[in-house]
Design a protein around this ligand. Structure first.
Ligand code: HEC
Length: 173
């Protein structure tokens, strides 16, 4: 019994030996944290994040927008726009620039209420400073990426509201 106790103690001590630590303490944890909490700047990664890791359909609507409200070309005839919870807080606080990691997801429906495409804006500080650091994404209901990244079409139109952090749907500041 005693011997067993002693063995257990030795095992415990060994577990907490500094020598057992990884070569770069913390490094792996940071990488892991980043990959879990932030999608990378590519369409597949963003889609996986907003559909599998989080479910954007559980997120709040863009302030003062309900479900299936009328939209304009080139987005759908009917729109549903979701913002990540942190984004909602930033919008409510009237921050002039939405924070790093902001995600806005707009579902674009036709008049028959059939989903046509999903369009996403994802802020990555330092990603594209000349154009507001937005990562743009458009994909189909079967998750085929149509446009992603520094998409010129998206940028050129949204530039009209550059002073509102490139956002059309409502005031940011
Ligand atoms: C010709 C102009 C135009 C183009 C091109 C365009 N958008 Fe938009 N976008 C708008 C307008 C206008 C709104 C506001 C919603 C509405 O009334 O249709 C909007 C809204 C959005 C929103 C909700 C946040 C906001 O700004 O209000 C997202 C997300 C978005 N667009 C993504 C995209 C992506 C991704 C692309 C490129 C694939 C794109 N947009 C191309 C005009 C445009």
């Amino acid at each position: 019994m005693r011997a067993r106790f002693a063995i257990c103690m030795v095992a415990l001590l060994l577990m907490f030996q500094p020598g057992c630590k990884k070569e770069h303490p913390g490094q792996t944890d940071i990488d892991l944290k980043t990959s879990v909490e932030r999608p990378q700047a590519n369409g597949v990664s963003v889609i996986a994040y907003i559909t599998e890791m989080k479910d954007y359909r559980q997120w709040p609507f863009f302030p003062n927008k309900g479900t299936l409200y009328p939209g304009k070309h080139p987005h759908g005839s009917l729109l549903v726009t979701y913002v990540s919870p942190e984004t909602l807080i930033a919008l409510q606080n009237n921050e002039a620039r939405l924070p790093d990691g902001t995600i806005i997801v707009k579902e674009n429906y036709n008049l028959q209420k059939k989903l046509q495409t999903t369009t996403v804006m994802y802020r990555i500080d330092g990603y594209n400073p000349e154009n507001g650091d937005w990562f743009w994404l458009e994909y189909t209901p079967d998750q085929t990426v149509l446009k992603e990244g520094k998409a010129e079409g998206c940028i050129n139109c949204h530039r009209a509201v550059k002073s509102n952090d490139w956002i059309f749907s409502g005031p940011v500041n």
